[in-house]
Design a protein around this ligand. Structure first.
Ligand code: CA
Length: 229
């Protein structure tokens, strides 16, 4: 079965071209033409990724994203934002989107981002549960996608998990934002470094006892981030 992408976009012409291109790449698609239907399908159709427009009838893309995250859904979300609205990019990340792409986008860039963000499942790793590696009160699954803190599951989005796992593999090493962007987000083009910063902040809120005084994801001013044990 192909991965399923939910498209939430009110311009039918854009929906049609996205459906056409996604299907050609082997994805299944669902779509919604307004925010309320997008939220409902995000809850019920079990997508592996959501492409979410910002300006939508009935409910904005930001509200859809925030509601899904508040309900504990960790489905990867890529926001479709208008190029001129710089503030929208960061706001989308703040409310829990994994990534954004500005309109008008090239189909090649969009497909690269879908591929980089689509949810990978335990089945992809070839096993249901694997060993957990322990770092302080944190446990990170070796070949899967689960994280526990003091034995309790922590719900991370795909990119939060990817970032944590990538950094935890080399405790004490300072990673530059550029390296994290390239290795964790898999972009072969220049990404926005704020994506890294906002994802770090969200990750801290989930795994740190005191996000203001982090002990796992530590900032090295002017250099980047390191994973401390
Ligand atoms: Ca729109």
């Amino acid at each position: 079965m192909g991965k399923k992408v939910l498209i939430v976009e009110d311009e039918k012409a854009i929906v049609d071209i996205l459906v056409f291109n996604l299907k050609r790449e082997g994805y299944e698609t669902e779509f919604a033409l307004d925010g309320a239907d997008g939220l409902e399908k995000g809850r019920t159709c079990d997508p592996d990724l959501i492409l979410l427009d910002v300006m939508l009838p009935k409910m904005t893309g930001f509200d859809v994203c925030k509601t899904l995250r508040d309900e504990g859904k960790t489905t990867p979300i890529i926001m479709l934002t208008a190029r001129e609205e710089e503030a929208d990019k960061v706001f989308g990340l703040e409310v829990g989107a994994d990534d954004y792409i500005t309109k008008p986008f090239s189909m090649r860039e969009l497909m690269a981002r879908v591929k980089a963000n689509v949810r990978r499942t335990a089945m992809d790793a070839g096993k249901v549960e694997s060993e957990f590696k322990t770092y302080g009160d944190l446990q990170i699954e070796e070949d899967g996608f689960r994280v526990k803190k003091n034995g309790a599951s922590v719900e991370l989005t795909q990119k939060e998990y990817d970032l944590l796992k990538y950094m935890a593999a080399r405790p004490g090493f300072v990673f530059s934002r550029e390296e994290l962007m390239e290795k964790v987000w898999n972009y072969d083009y220049f990404g926005d470094m704020r994506t890294v910063d906002v994802t770090v902040r969200r990750l801290r809120e989930k795994i740190e006892d005191d996000p203001g005084k982090p002990k796992y994801i530590i900032t090295r001013r002017g250099m980047g981030y390191l994973f401390g044990e």
